[in-house]
Design a protein around this ligand. Structure first.
Ligand code: XIL
Length: 329
């Protein structure tokens, strides 16, 4: 079973007040994932997800849901047989989406289903063993979207992905899927571009071109998980080069501006907001960090001021600016 839910960070004064003051959209980092919502095969635990929804309601924020179908979801193999997988996933999507119906306005239904070469990634849901549509290309993705649509016809349904934010083979594969779905009336409303930036020189014009070709197909773009990792000293967590903060601010500014430049780019989220709580440090074993707009003591960094300036031109009416709530304590 999951541990009892203590959304400790909501009650941490600087965390809660910064979150409520600065953002109008919120997304759980982990608590709507399979591992938290589905502690075992028989149970659903919505407690932590409900806490996110309650925080959002108390502060007039909208909620994005993340994520229903992800190859990285760990299921205990002893708990299902391959033949049961389609029903298991159908049940999961239906129960979760119905539970948050009217509270979550957009769902990352699928997360990271393509490989860098633009082909579908092997995964438990696609082909190992899959939900009965192995070898049938994007049919399993379409199926998941249709189940989500049936569970909440009003929710916006997204495919969320990483490392294909520029034009490249991965985004080409996704573009082909989208074109096909749009032609046949598949239920997809948007593409989430995670935008984890691991070096300080993203190809912003190519990212803009990619956003342009997707939005031309009539889907929305949400920037869903932006952070800009900086080199840090593993022992102390301090920056290797303090001048990186300026370049980091420029990267945030450039990506925010490219979103604003496209009418179909309708949300901008960072993956956390204070360096106190960020997945980057553990992901890079201390060699990168300081990726977010506030430092560990909630002091705004140059990146914060860059975002504030970029969104201060009235475009905020169109673009929701957001951040995820923190993981479970
Ligand atoms: C990460 C969380 O930040 C971590 O707390 C967790 O341990 C692993 O997942 N892409 C995604 C997110 O879509 O769900 C991931 O979040 C980061 C990469």
């Amino acid at each position: 079973m999951a541990p009892p839910v203590r959304p400790a960070q909501f009650s941490e004064l600087a965390y809660g007040t910064t979150l409520a003051r600065e953002f109008n959209l919120i997304q759980p980092e982990d608590v709507m994932k399979w591992s938290v919502i589905r502690p075992d095969r028989a149970s659903f635990d919505f407690t932590a997800g409900d806490a996110v929804v309650a925080f959002a309601a108390a502060h007039q924020m909208q909620v994005r849901g993340h994520t229903l179908v992800w190859g990285r979801h760990k299921l205990d193999g002893a708990e299902y047989t391959p033949a049961e997988l389609p029903d298991l996933l159908h049940e999961h999507i239906t129960r979760v989406v119905q539970h948050f119906r009217g509270k979550v306005f957009a769902w990352d239904v699928l997360n990271e289903a393509f490989d860098e070469n633009g082909k579908l990634r092997n995964s438990i849901w696609y082909d190992r063993p899959g939900i009965g549509l192995a070898g049938k290309g994007t049919a399993y993705i379409e199926q998941a979207l249709r189940w989500a649509h049936a569970a909440d016809p009003d929710a916006l349904l997204f495919y969320n992905y990483a490392e294909g934010e520029a034009v490249n083979p991965k985004s080409d594969g996704l573009y082909a899927m989208l074109k096909d779905f749009k032609r046949r009336g598949g239920p997809i409303d948007g593409i989430g571009m995670q935008m984890h930036i691991f070096d300080l020189h993203p190809d912003v014009s190519s990212i803009g071109a990619n956003i342009g070709r997707f939005t031309a197909l009539g889907v929305q773009i949400h920037i869903t998980e932006m952070d800009v990792a900086l080199p840090t000293n593993p022992d102390t967590g301090t920056l290797r080069n303090s001048e990186d903060l300026g370049r980091q601010a420029d990267v945030y500014r450039e990506i925010a501006a490219v979103c604003l430049a496209h009418h179909g780019c309708t949300a901008f989220q960072t993956w956390g907001f204070s360096d106190k709580y960020s997945w980057i440090r553990s992901f890079f074993r201390g060699n990168k960090g300081a990726a977010l707009p506030w430092d560990e003591k909630y002091n705004p960094k140059p990146a914060y001021r860059a975002l504030k300036e970029t969104f201060a031109d009235g475009s905020c009416d169109r673009v929701k600016v957001s951040t995820p709530e923190l993981r479970q304590p």
